[in-house]
Ligand binder design. Sequence first.
Ligand SMILES: [Zn+2]
Length: 349
Amino acid sequence: MPLVSMRQLLDEAAKGGYGVGAFNVNDMEQIQAIMAAAKETKSPVIVQASRGARQFAEDLYLFKLIQAAAELNPEIPIAMHQDHGNSFETCKSAILLGYTSVMMDGSLKSDGKTPSTFEENVEVTKKVVDFAHERGVTVEGEIGVLGGVEDGHGAGGSGLEHITDPDQAVEFAERTGVDALAIAIGTSHGAYKFSKKPDGSVLKMDVLIAIHKRLPNTHLVMHGSSSVPKDLQDIINKYGGKLKETWGVPVEEIQLGIRNGVRKVNVDTDNRLAITGAIRKVFAETPEKFDPRDYLKPAREAMAKVVALRMTQFGQAGHAGDYAPIDIKEIAKGYADGTLSTHPLVAAK
Ligand SMILES: [Zn+2]
């Protein structure tokens, strides 16, 4: 199966009432772990690469690996997504390479750190939408500013400083025509999200619900949505790691989001924890080993296990065979002739 448009994947998720995990990749083993999980659970999937990942793996290596994943798993719809594009140029380069989706994170200036103005965000996002849609590529925008820093990208902070304003979300969706909208409801990137167990007041789920009420057909995106499970933290610390106690986003909160318009759920930290724990275990228990396969194989298996669990929890499991992929050129025609709407449905307050 060729790579599919993320718009198609999310439209189908909306029809089916489920969320789709978007998992970050930097290397072959992570891609293989995701595909093993997708195959096992029969899940459509979003694979995403940050700017840091594209640099680390070199663009072409990473993209050819994704193409291999698509070729080897013809029954699985896969969208390839640029995570947190910081500029028009970054998104353009991903699109020209063959990515089927890009995120233009115009909530920050192109330094990837300084919050931008609303008008700056609208302007750069609209420019990306025009370029992307002509080529059938999906665009995710961001309104409000997420917390934390990941891969050198982010404004820092707890994620509660720049919560999305629902009125601004409506105006942003109307003026840019984005296919998916990342909102800030108190989540942040990285492992250290919350210093106490989130009790339902830490995440602004009321804001998410308010935005979904105003924009009932807009696909919402939750970033920084690793759950940072204690058992994965414990494995790392048991075998010589030094993670401080921390809490992530509870799966039940994500599921509440999915019932309220969230269609894409970004997960990276949980997979990083699984990989590192598995490698530390091999190093600690069998220090005589030196063949990288001896620790990369368990690392890959540990990541596949977490990904498969999330796929089941988000509801995408079992949906891989629901639809046939639409050629990206047909998607481009759909944007041009209006069959694929880029004008959000806006409900009254
Ligand atoms: Zn993010």
